[in-house]
Design a protein around this ligand. Structure first.
Ligand SMILES: [Zn+2]
Length: 174
């Protein structure tokens, strides 16, 4: 079964779980529960700035932050990164304590702390194609389908409807 990314690189899904025959994203209710939260969060995360840029520039200069290209971590504890800062995350994940937090929502905080304390990948550190958090990991395809339809679907839902689908977006502005 092939894997796809949606909107951002990083999180991957079984193609037939999240896409219909035309390659479009399925409606939320038809997406398996296990994938639903990540897919829903992606619709909102896709327009967020990179965490590294945000930590460097702060809120006042938010517009200088580059848009995130990749997401790592768990829902509600995501780390969002632009292409330039992804290498810092990969370094932290592999060489520092990052990998110990795979699967934990604490990853976001721990990475932010390390980065805010000046943690960076050494010059010339090579980020390869992926972080090995998934035993059947394969080379990342580019993010595939568009998320606009999902964004509209989510915006049109009431909080109760989202809750019924098991989607927690409480920390994001919908
Ligand atoms: Zn960045």
């Amino acid at each position: 079964m092939s894997k796809v990314s949606i909107g951002l690189r990083g999180w991957r899904f079984d193609e037939e779980s999240v896409l219909d025959e035309d390659g479009d994203l399925k409606p939320m209710a038809r997406i398996p529960e296990d994938d639903r939260e990540r897919v829903a969060r992606l619709a909102l995360l896709v327009t967020k700035p990179c965490d590294g840029c945000w930590l460097v520039h702060g809120d006042e200069e938010r517009r200088r932050a580059r848009q995130a290209q990749v997401v790592y971590g768990e829902p509600l504890g995501e780390v969002l990164l632009c292409d330039r800062h992804e290498v810092d995350f990969l370094y932290w994940f592999r060489e520092e304590m990052g990998h110990e937090l795979a699967g934990s929502r604490h990853m976001q905080n721990a990475f932010h702390q390390w980065f805010a304390d000046g943690g960076r990948a050494p010059d010339g550190y090579e980020g390869t194609e992926h972080v090995d958090t998934d035993p059947e990991d394969v080379k990342q395809p580019g993010p595939n389908p568009e998320l606009d339809a999902l964004e509209e679907e989510l915006a049109a839902m009431s909080e109760e409807e989202r809750e019924a689908l098991g989607i927690d977006l409480s920390d994001l502005d919908v």
